[in-house]
Design a protein around this ligand. Sequence first.
Ligand code: SF4
Ligand code: SF4
Length: 462
Amino acid sequence: MRFPLALTAKIAGHIIQHKLRRTPKFALVLQLEPLHTCNLTCTGCGRIREYSTSLKDMMSLEDCLGAATECDAPMVSICGGEPLIYPKIEELVEGLLRQGRIVYVCTNGMFMRKKMRDYLAGVYSPALEPKLAKLLSEKLISDKDVEAIRKGKTDGRPTIRPSKWMYWNVHIDGLEYTHDLIVEREGVFKECVEAVRMAKIIGYQVATNTTVYKETDVREIEQMFEFFSALEVDGHTISPGYEYDAAKKDMVKRLNRRPEDFFLTRQMTREKFAKIQEWGERFTIFGTPVYQEFLAGKRELTCTAWAIPTRNIRGWKAPCYLMTDGHYAGYQEMLDKVDWDKYGVVDGVARDPRCENCMVHCGYDPSGALGTNYQRGDNWKNFKYNFGAKPRPYYPGRSVNAFNGFSAGKGHLAEAKAALKSAAADNGNGAAHVGISCGSGDPTERDQLLAKIGSKLKVKTG
Ligand code: SF4
Ligand code: SF4
């Protein structure tokens, strides 16, 4: 099976239950942001900027667990910020698993190995020695780590343990050179790869999470899938980036530039995702085939952002993960008070100009699962995709030149900063744009940076 039976059955059961009850709107995935603090400052990340006044604030564990109970989504995606910085992340993951939810920990990968060493210490017994020897031989832990693991864990706190109900969801926006430039720190891609390898040895489920921007080289994304498929990751989430209408208007009015020079329009998204269905056959791409058809431009869908609500320190964020028109105290209150008919694109016509080019997974993937634009055969397609054979790991992916950051260690970050500086100068505005986190924010800076990366790579490799 492409996805584990228990997980597929849980989500299908949740949808069927609500359909039978005729619940008009309900949650499928909760995007839970316990905090907005992050150890990285990725180019174009909106979360650390939109919520910059509350970086030190965080939700209490009780509020986090209460939010999951309140909306009762079968899946919870813990994001942020960097959720592994949340001081009670172990208790949060454990609490959500105890509630019977499927948990995705969306992370930039930098603290994963630390959390996994903690798990190993928590369960240490001599029977673990062969696994430690393997991790040691693969240079994923050090002798000092082994010593610490053998001492065990004494703080009485839980750890993040492997479970068929839990995935590490690692943010990766390209191969080494591109990814490290975007996250503005050398060595992040390498650390992510090591964390993924360690997780797979220990027995965790791992997915990657990628956003595609105007300048994203689709061939590189394909190579990235090949590389991570060879590492036997369990799935991939991929979504087009989102553009902000305000930034677009500013570009026309103040800079006299054409928005399509910078932003991913619907047409461009469709071109970028032309091969999504082929990728879905080759790799374990999360998301329904109906959403894949939408991305490839083969059909229209209506936004169902209410099915993937976002809860953060300020409340339930409406109308969606991307746009903020308000925060509400309760999920039901948000469902009742927001005029959902004001948002989305229906038959190609944007009901809100800010939605015009949005095709992101948190707005439209649930539409595919919920059958809001049902066409004959959709149920069968979704069933066949979910219950079909899981694509086999693509072992030739081992030969992908993933570590192409040939200037890593020689200061390519300086180059990134120069690129950013000149991008800001081109834009006539050095200030950071308000966007969104982990690859789904205002793509202006990223697109410009990616364009510069592309031209530099051509010069260096040409
Ligand atoms: S179309 Fe996109 S931006 Fe608009 S409400 Fe839906 S998810 Fe949000
Ligand atoms: S994109 Fe994610 S990892 Fe990067 S700064 Fe934002 S929250 Fe942190």
